[in-house]
Write a protein that binds this ligand. Structure first.
Ligand SMILES: Cc1cc2nc3c(=O)[nH]c(=O)nc-3n(C[C@H](O)[C@H](O)[C@H](O)COP(=O)(O)OP(=O)(O)OC[C@H]3O[C@@H](n4cnc5c(N)ncnc54)[C@H](O)[C@@H]3O)c2cc1C
Length: 430
């Protein structure tokens, strides 16, 4: 009896590293090609990062914004999913090198390994000011926020209690604004009546932005609205002075010290080390400077996409490091790879289409700018919510998230208020 082939075309091997927005879009657009595709990710789940702050602030559960990659791809018969961390690329031998010593051969390679937060040369700040990128980061921040209220309830010293009830967010981009607004909602609304000694509504939420406005990538009137909306929620916004020190007792900025037990880092990104793996040119944030068709200079067989790459967008500046850009790049390179497999080797420059900018401020306000329509306030919040629900994966998750938001909107109650896995740094700071 003849054995069935395990892959339709074992001659051409496509390896995709990273099953984030870019990698997942690439693989799903290659699902019918006559090639053997391997997708490798260091995590077993695809993460919807735009809602990560909602896990950090007890709004959503981890499983509502992350899904097993293996299951997402289980119907694609030409795709093999591997759990593994990539540590290098041997461009001469055309192999991807994993942390456990495996060398995975490729004919076409796609690197879509994203970015992480960066501390502008102050990596020692990370234990005091965790950033938000992974589910673990989100549950760490959630734990620190909730623990701070618990410690304040128990501490008889008013000065220390005030430190526990001070929450500092560094960085006034969408993530910083969203976290600040939601912590303010949590303190004034969700936790109301749950404590006997402290009044959670007295918590200070302080947003520190080094630049001259929050949401700097948005139009100026949107930034002003977001600042005013944050202040209405009780958030103190400091502009124009970057943080110069972060330590166990708080932060320093603009010549001032602010004592706080909870500090959250929402400033700066550093690309994954793909440029080092390839020995390719990179920008200051470590992003590979790719050709207009998203290939690596001198390596037409290697594509780099999403937050790991930097590429111009005609006269409209650089392509931004956001999810829609990564997804569009995933679609683009899938088309290029398909064309090449069909014999068309021509170079196809990537063109990015910007749909708009969105950010929420607490549970009742947002700013949305789609060019043709600009909204601020409650209506914008609904639009923001609908857009995010649309992009979630699976009907069950869409329903679960919509129900959670509806419930919070009506009652203020957040069901994901769980403190799990206290770490050593936290124990030390208490
Ligand atoms: C908190 C937060 C909020 C955000 N909010 C928004 C928003 O509201 N709107 C928006 O458009 N964008 C938002 N972004 C940005 C958006 O998430 C990114 O632009 C997008 O995820 C980039 O997609 P990507 O495919 O390049 O990388 P990612 O989606 O980050 O995927 C990278 C993948 O590569 C894997 N990986 C990394 N290194 C390795 C390795 N060495 N070996 C194996 N696998 C590896 C990772 O595990 C991950 O699965 C936000 C980002 C964050 C962190």
């Amino acid at each position: 009896m003849m054995e069935r082939p395990t892959a339709p075309n074992p001659q051409h091997r496509i390896v995709i590293v990273g099953a984030g927005f870019g990698g997942l879009e690439a693989v799903s657009n290659l699902r019918n090609v006559d090639a053997a595709i391997t997708i490798i990710d260091q995590r077993n789940h695809h993460l919807f990062q735009p809602l990560l702050y909602q896990v950090a602030t007890s709004t959503l559960a981890t499983s509502e914004i992350a899904w097993p990659i293996r299951h997402l791809l289980h119907k694609y018969k030409n795709v093999k999913t591997l759990l593994g961390s990539v540590e290098g690329v041997d461009t001469a031998a055309r192999t991807v090198l994993t942390a456990d010593g495996e060398a995975i051969p490729y004919d076409t390679l796609v690197l879509a390994t994203g970015a992480r937060h960066a501390y502008f040369g102050h990596d020692d700040w990370e234990p005091f000011a965790p950033g938000l990128k992974t589910l673990e980061d989100a549950t760490t921040i959630r734990r620190r926020i909730l623990t701070a209220f618990e410690m304040a309830e128990r501490d008889p010293d008013p000065a220390r209690r005030a430190e526990y009830l001070t929450f500092v967010i560094i960085g006034g981009g969408p993530t910083g604004v969203e976290i600040a607004g939601t912590i303010a909602d949590l303190a004034r609304d969700t936790l109301k009546g749950d404590f006997r000694v402290i009044d959670p509504a007295t918590a200070r939420v302080v947003l520190i932005e080094g630049g001259s406005r929050v949401l700097a990538a948005f139009k100026e009137d949107m930034s002003s609205y977001a600042k005013a909306a944050l202040e209405t929620l009780g958030v103190t916004v400091h502009l124009g002075n970057p943080v110069t020190e972060c330590h166990v007792d708080g932060v320093e900025f603009g010549g001032k010290s602010l004592r706080a037990k909870t500090i959250i880092w929402a400033a700066g990104v550093q690309a994954s080390p793909a440029a080092k793996w390839l020995g390719a040119p990179a920008d200051r944030a470590g992003r590979v400077v790719v050709n207009p068709d998203l290939t690596v200079p001198d390596h037409p067989e290697i594509f780099v996409i999403g937050d790991t790459a930097t590429v111009g967008n005609g006269d409209k500046g650089m392509v931004p490091g956001i999810a829609p850009a990564a997804k569009q790049q995933g679609v683009h390179i899938a088309k290029t790879i398909k064309a090449r497999l069909a014999g068309d080797q021509s170079s196809r420059p990537f063109v990015y289409h910007h749909a708009g900018d969105l950010a929420t401020i607490g549970k009742r306000a947002a700013v949305t700018d789609f060019g043709w329509i600009k909204l601020k306030g409650y209506l914008a919040w609904w639009l923001w919510g609908l857009a995010h629900i649309y992009f979630l994966i699976g009907l069950r998750n869409r329903l679960a998230v919509a129900l959670s938001w509806l419930w919070i909107s009506v009652s203020g109650a957040r069901s994901a208020r769980l403190i799990t896995q206290r770490d050593a740094a936290e124990a030390e700071s208490e």
